[in-house]
Design a binder for this molecule. Structure first.
Ligand code: NAP
Length: 472
């Protein structure tokens, strides 16, 4: 065998599937894994009979690759990425390029791009979404970093990516950590939509008394609509329909109600706070996971803080797709994408990423976890106005929000009276009501700040900075 076209480091769930994807697309490959036994296991299993060879050392791995070397790292984010770069760098030559396909912190990628470019290597930080199946069959990929390095891998990644009607789900995102930042925000939106659907499930179960199959039927109907058709709605239907093989009951009811949160959701919220972009629906989803993990505390609190008296309200009828609840979910999903895109707008300005929002909408249409029919509308909105400040200001989305708001209000109000938490739905309503308000009560906040700290304030009727001796 001649030199391989492509190298993969890290035979975890994602790496294994991505290298099979590359090989299927005509790229002979060489694989390396820190623990060699895993390499042997892979070559004897899923890698058998393929144009893939293994290397026991990084030196052999590098030696087996054609130049410029195209090396994808799929290792745990954080220190393992730096360790891998340090270990492989002595064997690399000018022009070789490294791609980090893990969920790295974008600031780490900024640093690594600068360091590797100083050594005349190309470095790409590439968000990859789609889980194991997507990695094998075609993920959505968000590469950023050295542009020349992207040009060298473009034919490969365009073949590997999910394909939608207007092209592959991959594009050069921007310099430095732009690709990883976009993937981070993608995951923040993912957190929000998962939580929105979980809140809908909770209401259908507790207020409408529906079982898994009945709820799944509603979700199946939602998945037929332009506004909600999506991968996450599709898998929610599957999850709700699945039975526990041991008991025959709905499996979801046997699962412990505590969810963890990994780096990307947290990074989305931290970045948003740092950049001064409100993302309350995404933040609410992150908090909901954190709070859910306090299970023993919640159980103890329930004994001391009883629920309000039973309160019933209408979520609509299954025959009409639970219209108010469906509308609440549509509004919240639109707002989740909108908050994510607003954060990307700010990051693009701050870091000179020069993001193309229409292209981001396009590459999220296939392969990734937040793929949804709505992304075509998002793509259209940013094509029409590349500097759109907020998705809800686009005419099509504004009309949607106005149409869905009565349902959202009805559901949030009913849930509040019933004592059922709907953090993402209620945050969405607060967000819209705040965002559309010409006058907010922060005038009083400014007065208090001037009162205790002489922070001064501006007036509505004249320009300048004013101070009042409030406590005299
Ligand atoms: P993972 O469990 O996150 O990572 C496993 C791989 O990392 C193994 O090959 C492991 O080698 C290697 N590794 C761990 N520590 C290392 C170190 N200090 N030095 C060198 N190698 C080290 O696998 P994964 O789920 O496939 O994820 C890979 C990356 O993709 C992560 O950043 C993850 O967040 C991201 N990602 C995952 C998904 C998903 O659905 N799983 C989706 C998108 C992105 P050993 O075999 O020797 O332990």
């Amino acid at each position: 065998m001649g030199k391989a076209h492509f190298g993969l480091i890290g035979l975890g769930v994602m790496g294994e599937n991505l290298v099979l994807n590359a090989e299927r697309n005509g790229y002979s490959s060489v694989v390396y894994n820190r623990t060699y036994a895993k390499t042997e296991e892979f070559l004897a299993g899923r890698g058998a009979g393929k144009d893939i060879v293994g290397a026991a050392t990084l030196q052999d791995f590098v030696g087996a690759l054609e130049r410029p070397r195209r090396i994808l790292m799929m290792v745990k984010a954080g220190q393992p990425v730096d360790d891998t770069i340090d270990a492989i760098s002595p064997f690399l030559e000018e022009g070789d390029l490294l791609i980090d396909g893990g969920n790295s912190l974008y600031a780490d990628t900024d640093r690594r791009v600068a360091e590797l470019e100083r050594k005349s290597f190309g470095y790409i930080g590439m968000g990859v979404s789609g889980g194991a199946k997507g990695a094998l069959e075609g993920p959505s990929m968000m590469p950023g970093g050295t542009k020349a390095a992207y040009d060298a891998i473009e034919p490969l990644v365009r073949k590997m990516a999910a394909q939608v009607s207007d092209g592959p789900c991959v594009t050069y995102i921007g310099p430095g950590g732009a690709g990883h930042f976009v993937k981070t925000v993608h995951n923040g939106i993912e957190y929000a939509i998962e939580q929105i659907l979980a809140e809908a499930y909770d209401l259908m179960k507790r207020i409408a008394g529906m079982n898994g199959d009945q709820m799944a039927d509603v979700l199946a109907g939602w998945n037929e609509t332009e506004e909600l058709a999506s991968f996450l709605v599709e898998i929610t239907e599957v999850c709700l329909r699945t039975k526990d093989p041991e008991t025959g009951a709905d499996l979801v009811e046997a699962i412990v109600d505590a969810a963890g949160q990994k780096g990307t959701g947290l990074w989305t919220v931290v970045s948003a706070l740092e950049m001064g972009v409100p993302v309350p629906t995404i933040y609410a989803a992150l908090n909901a996971r954190v709070l859910s993990s306090l299970r023993p505390e919640r159980l103890a609190a329930g004994a001391l803080l009883p629920a309000p008296p039973a309160h019933s309200f209408s979520l609509g009828e299954p025959a009409d797709g639970m219209a108010p609840l469906r509308d609440a979910c549509i509004a919240a999903c639109i707002v989740s994408y909108g908050q994510g895109m607003a954060l990307l707008q700010e990051a693009s300005k701050l870091h000179d990423y020069n993001l193309n929002f229409s292209a981001i909408g396009q590459i999220w249409k296939g392969g990734c976890i937040i793929r949804a029919r709505l992304l075509q509308r998002i793509q259209n909105a940013y094509s029409a106005n590349p500097t759109l400040a907020n998705l809800v200001l686009d005419p099509w989305f504004a009309e949607q929000i106005n149409r869905r708001l009565p349902g959202l209000r009805q559901v949030v109000a009913g849930a509040a009276l019933a004592g059922i938490p709907v953090p993402c739905l209620s945050s969405t309503l607060d967000y819209i009501d705040s965002y559309r308000s010409g006058r907010l009560p922060q005038n009083l906040v400014q007065a208090m700040r001037d009162c205790f700290g002489s922070h001064t304030y501006e007036r509505t009727d004249k320009s300048g900075s004013f101070h009042t001796e409030w406590l005299d």
